[in-house]
Design a protein around this ligand. Structure first.
Ligand code: CMP
Length: 141
């Protein structure tokens, strides 16, 4: 079994944190917590309130709106940023499709992370643009 410091090491290696130096990575990782889900568990619910930003450590999740699958996300990918950024209800369901471990950062720590380490926002913005383009492309409709 991986102990707490092993978990920090593992999470800190996710590319999301690659703009941060080793010390900052570990400090940031300790602000969140690891949560496990079984296949079929709903991680966030559409229209629910959003209090956390999620990073997939391992496993797979699907972003769903009604019957439609908007995206499949796996290791190193994030979700839950929309409600955390604007305080609006969750835009979609996110469901684990295999046993999945996530690192969850509370909303109030998320703003602090971006202020302290703005370099983290750049790859996140790139990913958001990618998702927007995919959602607007004919294949995404
Ligand atoms: P949030 O609205 O907080 O909760 C649901 C999450 O699903 C949302 O944040 C995004 O992280 C994610 N999401 C919503 N729409 C899409 C999409 N079209 N492609 C990928 N992820 C999405």
């Amino acid at each position: 079994m991986a102990g707490p410091s092993d978990a920090v090491e593992l999470i800190a290696r996710v590319p999301f944190f690659e703009g941060l130096d080793e010390k900052s990575r570990k400090a940031v990782v300790r602000e969140g917590k690891e949560v496990s889900f079984n296949a079929g568990d709903r991680v966030v619910s559409e229209k629910g309130s959003g209090v956390g930003f999620y990073l997939v450590i391992d496993g797979k999740v699907e972003v769903r709106k009604g019957q439609k699958v908007l995206a499949a996300l796996g290791k190193g990918e994030f979700f839950g940023e929309m409600s955390v950024i604007d305080g609006e209800p969750r835009s979609a369901d996110v469901v684990a499709t295999s046993p999945t471990r996530c690192w969850v950062l509370p909303a109030w720590n998320f703003a602090g992370l971006i202020k302290a380490h703005p370099e983290v926002a750049i790859p996140m913005l790139k990913e958001l643009v990618k998702r927007l383009r995919a959602a607007e492309s004919p294949a995404g409709s």
